[in-house]
Structures are given as structure tokens and as C-alpha cells.
Design a protein around this ligand. Structure first.
Ligand code: RP5
Length: 164
């Protein structure tokens, strides 16, 4: 079974991270979602990664805030693609999580996306693009989605545009 795994560091991340789950659902892509922390439940995080690999996970989405080490710890325990989503919040509004997630040492990549909701949504799209490398039907759905977005921009423009 091929699926995407979503891990977040805390229940406080759920509202934003559920945006990724909604996108995957809308494309009919299977996913798992758990809360597990690199700091508060390190053993649970590692056991989950090992179990997910055995079940057929294609990519991990890891969302965490503050001193965000979740994506890095997951990357240390898998060779599947790891997508990091820095969460806003805390005194530094997500800049801390962004730097913690993006600054991985050479040879241990985490594909780090935007802070917060846009990053969560894009994590689902990026995970699906990875999945679509071996799934022509999903690849077509992603192309259709792009076409819809382009049409929406043209429609929005038509309602306000001024062209000489
Ligand atoms: C991180 O610390 C979590 O991912 C969360 O974004 C942040 C704060 O967690 P809580 O104190 O709200 O549980 O580990």
C-alpha cells in the first residue's frame, strides 16, 4: 500500500497541518496522520517511521514549530523523501522553526516549505508530485488542478482588468 505520512510535533499544530490532509483527501490519496515529537516522544517518533516504512510510505510530511527537529530526526531514520513544514508560533513567529528545519547538514535533505498554512498545503502537493512519478492517473489530476488554477486567475482578472 502506497501512502503519505503526516507527522506533527504537537496537537497545537493540528489546525494548520490538517490543511495538508484535506488536500490529500480531495485527490483521493491515502495518508496516515499522527502527533509525535522529536523532543517529547523521540522513541515513538522513530518506531513510527520504521513501521511506516514497512507498510509502504512514499514520503513523510513533518510539521513542527519552535526548535523544530522533527523533520531532521525523521530524515535521520529513513531514506524516503522528507518534507518539512515550519510552524509559526512562539516568540519568533516561525523563523526559529524555518531555520531549524531548512538548515540540514549535507547528505541529509529535508525539503523545507513555507512557514504555516501555505507550507502545509504545499507539502501535500509536493508529496503527491513525488507519488505521481509512478502514478499516471494522479499525474493527470495534478495537471487538471493546475489548469483549473490558471482558469481561475483569468476569471478573476476578467472581473476587474483594464487593458488598453
Ligand atoms: C513543537 O513545539 C510543536 O511542533 C509545536 O509547534 C511547538 C509548541 O508545542 P506545544 O507547546 O504547543 O505543544 O514541538
Amino acid at each position: 500500500m502506497k501512502f503519505i505520512s503526516i507527522i506533527m510535533g504537537s496537537k497545537s499544530d493540528y489546525e494548520v497541518v490538517s490543511e495538508a490532509a484535506k488536500v490529500l483527501e480531495s485527490f483521493g490519496v491515502k495518508y496516515e496522520l499522527i502527533i509525535s515529537s522529536a523532543h517529547r516522544s523521540p522513541e515513538r517518533t522513530i518506531s513510527y517511521v520504521t513501521a511506516a516504512e514497512k507498510k509502504g510510505v512514499v514520503a513523510f510530511i513533518c510539521a513542527a514549530g519552535m526548535a523544530a527537529h522533527l523533520a531532521g530526526v525523521v530524515a535521520a531514520h529513513t531514506t524516503k523523501p522528507v518534507i518539512g513544514v515550519p510552524m509559526a508560533g512562539g516568540a519568533l513567529s516561525g523563523v526559529d522553526a524555518l531555520y531549524s528545519t531548512v538548515q540540514m547538514p549535507a547528505g541529509m535533505p529535508v525539503a523545507t516549505l513555507a512557514v504555516g498554512k501555505a507550507g502545509a498545503i504545499n507539502s501535500a502537493y509536493l508529496a503527491m508530485q513525488i507519488l505521481a512519478l509512478s502514478d499516471a492517473e494522479l499525474s493527470q489530476k495534478l495537471a487538471d488542478d493546475r489548469a483549473k488554477k490558471a482558469a481561475a486567475v483569468a476569471k478573476d482578472s476578467a472581473s476587474v482588468e483594464v487593458i488598453l
